[in-house]
Write a protein that binds this ligand. Structure first.
Ligand code: B1M
Length: 211
């Protein structure tokens, strides 16, 4: 196995210690950080993402793999920033106001990160003012909103209306998801896309930015 395959394998198995050690080893061989990230960490997380989509693995395994991926990513981050490697895009994400469910949103954030996006996670119970503030401040390419309650999903529409009122709706793609959310609801509130699960959210984001 190449060192990239070993890193990818470590991510899939959720072995944080070995992913960290292998990432250090790869760096000591002067392999560029971007290559380690893409061919090792992201490639491993893509397999995890696919298996999650196909119900071959479940939330605990995804969380353990994400932790292993982060063990490598933490070592690469300073180098990636230094070498100015551009992420695929910037995503501001959060669970909407009134809603404390964040497990699904966290997985979406992790898989987006695993797919090469810079992710700014605002947490749960996020008011529209905060979404707007961060979309503007961070010049986000994508705003991701999650909702798990039939009552709180209505707040997604309010946030999109607020983006329009602020005159910045055209600057950002809006994607939404969460158990009660549907494709037709997304169309109705004029979101740019809906994803039924975390892996699809990463695919959708790449598609929307033409990556
Ligand atoms: Co709540 N809860 N809960 N809950 N809870 C549900 C959602 C519910 C369906 C349970 C039920 O009654 N059967 C129900 C909602 C009913 C409805 O509105 N239709 C419900 C209720 C009623 C409530 C309370 C009101 C209960 C009460 O207090 N009386 C209360 C509300 C609190 C609040 O938010 N204000 C409440 C509280 C809680 C806990 C705090 C105890 C806990 C949340 C803990 C936490 O998140 N930190 C909780 C939990 C765990 C659940 C269930 C059991 C599981 C949710 C979950 O984490 N699923 C849930 C029942 C269920 O869904 N079966 C339920 C796993 C997660 C990986 O899936 O979040 O769907 P999910 O995310 C998926 C996709 O939806 C998608 O990708 C994810 C990964 O594949 N996705 C996106 C999610 N966000 C996305 C964003 C995207 C794209 C895709 O783009 C940006």
């Amino acid at each position: 196995m190449t060192i990239f395959e070993q890193i990818a394998d470590g991510v899939q198995k959720g072995h944080s210690d070995s992913v960290g050690a292998l990432t250090r080893n790869a760096l000591s061989q002067d392999i560029p950080a971007e290559e380690i990230m893409n061919k090792g960490l992201v490639s491993g997380m893509e397999v995890v993402s696919e298996k999650f989509k196909n119900n071959e693995i479940f939330i605990p395994e995804v969380l353990i793999s994400a932790r292993a991926m982060n063990a490598g990513l933490d070592l690469l981050k300073p180098l990636l920033v230094e070498s100015n490697v551009k992420p695929k895009g910037k995503v501001v994400i959060g669970t909407v106001k009134g809603d404390l469910h964040d497990i699904g949103k966290n997985i979406v954030a992790m898989l987006l990160q695993g797919a090469g996006f810079e992710v700014i996670d605002l947490g749960a119970d996020v008011p529209k003012e905060k979404f707007l503030e961060f979309v503007k401040k961070e010049k986000a390419d994508i705003l991701g909103m999650s909702a798990l309650l039939t009552t709180t999903m209505l707040y997604m529409k309010e946030t999109i209306e607020a983006l329009k009122e602020e005159g910045i709706r055209q600057n950002v793609k809006v994607i939404i998801g969460g158990a009660p959310v549907t494709e037709s609801y997304a169309a109705r509130i004029e979101a740019d896309g809906y994803a039924p699960d975390a892996a699809s959210a990463a695919d959708l984001s790449k598609r929307l930015l033409g990556k």
